[in-house]
Structure formats: structure tokens, C-alpha cells
Design a binder for this molecule. Structure first.
Ligand SMILES: [Zn+2]
Length: 276
């Protein structure tokens, strides 16, 4: 039995796969403020789902930058108690198996590239627009080699521009993200009905996609994340057409197809590639 998890800043999802293909319905619960409680709840969910069968390995995504050895989250968004805790080791003890941690956007991108919107494409650029902006480059069904993490939300799009959550200036995430919208308009993104705001978001996203295409040369761009629900894909393509000049054709731009389970499918694929 393989255990798959997705630790988010607000929710944790846990699922299992018995046959390396089909994923069980996930157990979903709010991310506890206390690290130890989080480990216990993941353990309980995994034991319930695996119904006494041996857990062979586990993998899952985490929402902040991993340290180099990939065993803990260096900067967990909004929940200080999870910072710098021995996440990998604690989960290995709790589950009695080896555990692999990976950046959550990389796992969602992997899932979308293997069984979702990017299926059968050799180079997939995944971009997620939610509380922050993240992404991943997937090459031939694998997360592309990386020395750090992919951090496309922190590309500079305006010199000396608005301050980003990372303290940098003019980053994409400071203009195009749930947190940027909340900061500027003092409302949750889901309650903003003003079309002009979403028009502006489409423009910023087009800039981010332009830069992603020229750096990553993808065959397809897959877009995901909660804030994408309010941004018009047609508008994004329109603005991109205005600014994108270097190639005669823009690669296809698609919405994700796996929804909330993208990270779990990515975790399963990651386990197939990395555990033995
Ligand atoms: Zn930044």
C-alpha cells in the first residue's frame, strides 16, 4: 500500500493506492497549528485508509521551500510551528515506511503532466495561481532537475515595484495572487466581482506565461490554483498574443484537469520513480 499526502497551508489530504494506479477517496482535514498533532492526524488517516495492509512507502507535497536534504519545510506559510521540524523523520516513524517530500507545485505539475491536462506532452510548464504563485517544469514525465525549487512567482515583472511576501520588489506574486488581491482590495479574491480587477490579473498572468515560455520552452502550459477560477483564459490568451513576439505560435494553454487530486497523482508517480 502506498500512502499519498498533500500538506497545504490550510488543508491536508491523505489517500492511498493499492495498485499504483487508482487512488482512494482522500481524507481531508484542516492543517493543525501544532506540528505533532499534524503528524498524528496524517498517521490516523493513513492507517484508516490502508486497513491493516503494510505501508510500503509514502510521498507528498509540502507548501514551502524544502531544505536541501528534503527532510523539512524551511518556511511553512502562516504556521510557524511546522517550520524546521523533522517532518520526514516524524512521518517515517509514524507510518513505518520511507517517506519522500517534494514541493507541492512540482507534484501537482507532475500529476498533470502524467495523467492530467499535459498528458503525452514532453515538456510541460505548470503554473498555479492561488494564495501565492508557483510552478514546475516537467520533462518527459519527470520533475525537471533543479538545484533549488522552481519559484516563478518571484520573477521580477516591475523594477522596484510592489513588495512581495518574500520582501523582494516587483515580483509576479506581488501582483497576481490571492494574497496580492487581498492586500490591494481588502477583500477575499472570491468576493471580488469587478471585472476590471480580473482583467488586470489576466494581464499579469500573460506576462508570467510569456516569461515562462521564453525560459522553459514548453510544449504546453497548464494552469491551476483557486484564483484561476476567476481569471478568463481567453483574456489571458488575448493579452499574451499582444506581448508575445519571438515565436510565430504560442504553445497551447490549458486549465488543469485533476482538480484537488493533482498533488496526490503526482505523489504516486513520484513514488513509482523514486522508491524501490
Ligand atoms: Zn517574492
Amino acid at each position: 500500500m502506498k500512502v499519498l499526502f498533500d500538506i497545504g497551508a490550510t488543508q491536508i489530504r491523505v489517500a492511498v493506492s493499492a495498485d499504483n494506479q487508482i487512488i482512494s477517496n482522500p481524507i481531508v482535514f484542516p492543517t493543525p497549528q501544532e506540528f505533532n498533532q499534524g503528524i498524528t492526524q496524517i498517521q490516523q488517516a493513513a492507517l484508516k485508509l490502508s486497513q491493516g495492509q503494510k505501508i510500503e512507502a509514502a510521498a507528498g507535497g509540502i507548501p514551502g521551500p524544502l531544505n536541501k536534504q528534503k527532510n523539512y519545510v524551511a518556511n511553512f506559510p502562516n504556521i510557524a510551528d511546522w517550520n524546521n521540524k523533522p517532518l520526514k523523520q516524524s512521518l517515517e516513524q509514524a507510518l513505518g515506511s520511507s517517506v519522500f517530500l517534494e514541493n507541492d507545485a512540482s507534484l501537482v505539475g507532475l500529476g498533470e503532466a502524467v495523467v492530467g491536462a499535459g498528458k503525452n506532452k514532453k515538456i510541460v510548464a505548470y503554473i498555479t495561481v492561488s494564495t501565492g504563485v508557483g510552478g514546475a517544469r516537467i520533462v518527459q514525465g519527470k520533475i525537471d532537475q533543479k538545484a533549488g525549487d522552481f519559484e516563478i512567482g518571484h520573477q521580477i515583472i516591475v523594477p522596484n515595484g510592489s513588495i512581495c511576501g518574500c520582501q523582494g520588489l516587483g515580483h509576479l506574486e506581488a501582483y497576481l495572487s490571492g494574497s496580492a488581491i487581498e492586500k490591494k482590495y481588502h477583500q477575499k479574491p472570491e468576493s471580488i466581482k469587478d471585472g476590471a480587477v480580473w482583467e488586470e490579473m489576466a494581464k499579469f498572468l500573460a506576462i508570467g506565461i510569456n516569461n515562462t515560455i521564453v525560459y522553459w520552452s514548453p510544449e504546453i502550459i497548464v494552469l491551476g490554483g483557486g484564483v484561476m477560477k476567476a481569471i478568463s483564459l481567453d483574456k489571458v490568451k488575448l493579452y499574451l498574443q499582444e506581448i508575445f513576439t519571438i515565436f510565430p505560435e504560442i504553445p497551447p494553454i490549458e486549465l488543469n484537469t485533476l482538480g484537488d487530486t493533482g498533488g496526490l497523482y503526482g505523489a504516486l508517480e513520484y513514488l513509482k520513480q523514486n522508491s524501490r
